[in-house]
Design a protein around this ligand. Structure first.
Ligand code: ATP
Ligand code: MG
Length: 432
């Protein structure tokens, strides 16, 4: 019988790759924490209606990409979350987080699910880190979230990034623009790709981010939404740009960067990388002043973004490899008395704050020594039955080969000295 394989569009993330993930998570946690963001974890599946209302039925995500199912005896249809915002806003409303006053700054990370054609940087189970700043309409909130995304990507050492920004105005602005866009596109209707033809009546703004070449050509000549912004929207956008400038963040105005849904307002932005090929967008976000109300909460402005983890990791892997964490001690043992003693020793070392890798093979000492050498440990501890009997251990420094017998009790008492020697050995190897 053939072995079962992981499903198409899903990936195993092996320990060698996890170091990148942990670095991204630690960097985000640090930078967001210093900006008073608090982490939030919401369920991975929710009632389907949440996404239908929260993302919009006319979008690709809801129309074609959701994993939806019915569950034993449940009256609701259930969907694996395709993104994080809807769940966070549902939680914000359900848990009454608005009653705490002020803006709620929240961040999350976790898996998302979309039925898509898998390719590099596009999977069916993928991961995002996202932020939502809920409760402020101040343009400083827009600039702040953009600055935080930029700080995270910079702290990770990424280069060749491009920030595009736009404003989709408020509801009235967009209504006026929508009409102008339909008037412009209608004569070209037959030349648009089938999806875009369909969107012409349902969601014409989305046509602007069609990936079809001819449609893109036509879109180039479309009127710009920036010309349809009213006074309030124009001022909001001006201030966001002013502050990005003050923060030293480079951006490009891209009037074709739009979101088709009514609750998206004002600022929209995207960060792309030149080094990613077709799936270039690492981070997408914007303001969604209408969403909380749309989902049944009190009218509350909000702004946020999501970073695609897999795309970010692809970029990090093109840069320098982070060092693998190495252990302090590799514990080798053989013999009926020695083996349980070795476990005891490893546990005692761990409780003292060292890391210790215990060889469980029981194989010949020679084989275990080879594994000790490959482990990258600072030192090897060797226990045979004779050592166990006399409560001693052979301590071998792997970089120099220097070896001596030492009483176990003495070894444990010398923790500080051992720590200094391990640090020195590591520094000599050029590690961290
Ligand atoms: P795209 O145009 O690439 O499909 P999107 O507009 O659907 O992106 P968003 O919903 O804005 O993407 O999600 C934010 C980020 O999440 C994207 O910029 C991307 O980095 C990442 N992302 C989205 N879908 C996937 C996927 N299927 N696989 C991997 N990453 C994804
Ligand atoms: Mg998509």
């Amino acid at each position: 019988m053939g072995a079962i394989q992981a499903l198409r569009g899903t990936r195993d993330i092996l320990p060698e790759e996890i170091v990148y993930w942990q670095r991204v998570e630690a960097t985000a946690r640090d930078i967001l924490g210093r900006a008073a963001y608090r982490e939030i974890r919401t369920p991975i599946f929710e009632e389907t209606a949440l996404f239908e209302r929260g993302i919009g039925e006319a979008t690709d995500v809801v129309g074609k990409e959701m994993y939806t199912f019915s569950s034993r005896g449940e009256k609701h249809s259930i969907t694996l979350r395709p993104e994080g915002t809807a769940g966070v806003v549902r939680c914000f409303i359900q848990q009454g987080l608005y009653s705490q006053g002020g803006a709620q700054r929240l961040w999350y990370t976790g898996p998302m699910f979309r039925y898509e054609r898998p390719q590099a940087g596009r999977q069916r189970q993928f991961h995002q880190i996202g932020v939502e700043a809920i409760g402020s309409s101040d343009p400083r909130a827009d600039a702040e979230v953009i600055a935080l995304a930029s700080d995270i990507l910079q702290a990770l050492g990424l280069k060749n990034l491009q920030l595009d920004i736009n404003s989709v105005g408020n509801r009235e602005d967009r209504l006026a623009y929508r009409q102008a866009l339909v008037d412009y596109l209608t004569p070209y209707k037959e030349e648009l790709d089938p999806d875009s033809q369909d969107r012409l009546s349902r969601n014409p703004l989305r046509i602007l981010d069609s990936k079809n070449e001819r449609t893109q050509e036509i879109a180039l000549g479309a009127p710009s939404i920036l010309e349809y912004l009213g006074e309030e929207s124009r001022r909001h956008f001006q201030r966001v740009q002013q502050m990005l400038g003050d923060l030293g963040i480079n951006y490009r105005l891209n009037p074709r960067l739009v979101r088709g849904l009514d609750y998206y307002t004002h600022t929209a932005f995207e960060i792309q990388s030149e080094d990613l090929g077709a799936q270039a967008t690492v981070c997408g976000g914007g303001r969604y002043d209408g969403l909380v109300e749309e989902l049944g909460g009190p009218a509350t402005p909000a702004v946020g973004w999501a970073i695609g983890m897999e795309r970010l990791i692809i970029l990090l892997q093109q840069l320098q490899k982070p060092p693998l964490p190495v252990v302090d001690f590799y514990v080798v043992s053989r013999g009926d008395r020695a083996e349980p003693e070795a476990l005891l020793l490893a546990q005692k070392l761990r409780r003292l704050g060292f890391s210790a890798d215990l060889d469980l093979s029981g194989s010949a000492f020679g084989k275990q020594f080879k594994r000790a050498d490959r482990s990258g440990a600072g030192a090897c501890l060797v226990l045979g039955d004779a050592e166990a009997e006399s409560q001693t251990v052979q301590l071998k420094w792997l970089a120099t080969g220097e070896q001596s017998a030492i009483a176990i009790a003495e070894l444990l008492e010398k923790a500080d000295e051992l720590r200094r020697r391990l640090d020195a050995a590591r520094a000599a190897q050029g590690g961290v």
